[in-house]
Write a protein that binds this ligand. Structure first.
Ligand code: AMP
Ligand code: FES
Ligand code: ZN
Ligand code: ZN
Length: 319
């Protein structure tokens, strides 16, 4: 097999596109896919200030690289989640990437700024770590973007991620989630715009992009994600993809083209105007449907000092 563009030696075969590419034309292919997603879903414009949420993993670092290559003004944001070595490594990869290219990277530590970590929040809330992790990330993406005047926050969710989330939502017919599963969410009610420019590219392509561009990234999965259903859905979809190349793309883009609007229409009709009950959180000022937003409630719960057990018998003896 030869490169589809120049007939040179190939570095990757993409069965779902019935194509193979040399290194140079594979990189051009990735940039084109990102541009197509940005245009098709009106994610942002050339003059917009873009904030890339970087985890130190392959997807968000490749995305940041591609956006800079395409000429967008894109800065990064890495959140220190306090998940031991994993978070330290993730932050270090993001910092190295930014330093090597002279890019601006914002750093926001959960422990330093809010007095808790993802593991301590999981303990305090007695819920799976991913739930306080997701809530914290969303809140911090929004607040950093608003504080620094960014027009849009972009994340490195790729086709594999989005197809797996869609599979989970469809398998339980979660209408509210299905209504919101779109690669761009417009700015509304004081929240900045959010976009996922990698939806046309998969995990394998992003790993290849990083290797070919000498981008070092954290390879391990988050240690708190063990047992996460989405990893199982990804395996299922990969099995389908082997049997029928292009299955993931057809599943996800078929939903966007032919079904997504049915769910958003139904949910809006049920709930009335979506922005009806939103007002600033009395603690942090973020838009919220409650007096105190969910993030501030989490801070209140998770940053409480851990109670110290006192041996009262010993106190009595000592006293
Ligand atoms: P995940 O939820 O870990 O699958 O990550 C999805 C996307 O969220 C990544 O591609 C990043 O864009 C963003 N993200 C995840 N972790 C962090 C982090 N610690 N700091 C900033 N952005 C992150
Ligand atoms: Fe959030 Fe693992 S990255 S729980
Ligand atoms: Zn070529
Ligand atoms: Zn708040």
């Amino acid at each position: 097999m030869k490169c589809r563009v120049c007939s040179g030696r190939i570095v990757i075969e993409l069965r779902q596109h019935n194509a193979a590419f040399c290194a140079e034309h594979f990189m051009a292919f990735c940039r084109r896919q990102v541009e197509r997603a940005i245009d098709k879903f009106s994610m942002f414009e050339p003059g917009d200030r873009v904030l890339v949420a970087v985890s130190g993993g392959k997807d968000s670092l490749a995305l940041w690289d591609i956006l800079v290559e395409l000429g967008y003004a894109a800065d990064g944001l890495v959140i220190g989640l306090g998940i031991d070595d994993y978070s330290e490594q993730s932050t270090a990869f993001a910092r190295d990437f930014a330093d090597q290219r002279g890019l601006t990277l914002h750093y926001h530590s959960l422990q330093d700024e809010h007095g808790f970590t993802v593991p301590s929040a999981a303990e305090a809330t007695k819920r799976v770590p991913c739930s306080s992790c997701g809530l914290s990330k969303r809140h911090i993406f929004d607040s950093v973007a608003l504080d620094h005047g960014y027009d849009v926050v972009v994340t490195g969710h790729n086709l594999d991620d989005e197809a797996a989330v869609l599979f989970g939502n469809v398998s339980r017919w979660q209408r509210d989630y299905l209504a919101r599963q779109h690669p761009v969410l417009p700015a509304a009610n004081g929240f900045p715009r959010k976009a996922k420019p990698l939806v046309r590219l998969g995990e394998r392509e992003m790993a290849a992009y990083c290797v070919l561009n000498n981008i070092d990234y954290v390879v391990d999965e988050c240690p708190m994600a063990a047992g996460n259903k989405h990893l199982e859905y990804k395996d299922l979809l990969n099995t389908m993809e082997v049997a029928s190349p292009g299955a993931k793309h057809a599943f996800y883009f078929g939903f966007l083209d032919r079904a997504a609007e049915l769910f958003s229409a139904a949910v809006e009709a049920k709930s009335g105007r979506p922005d009806e009950n939103i007002s600033p959180c009395v603690v942090c000022g973020s838009p919220s449907t409650n007096e105190v937003c969910s993030f501030c409630k989490l801070v209140e719960l998770a940053s409480r000092p851990v109670p110290v057990e006192i041996d009262t018998r010993r106190d009595m003896l000592d006293g």
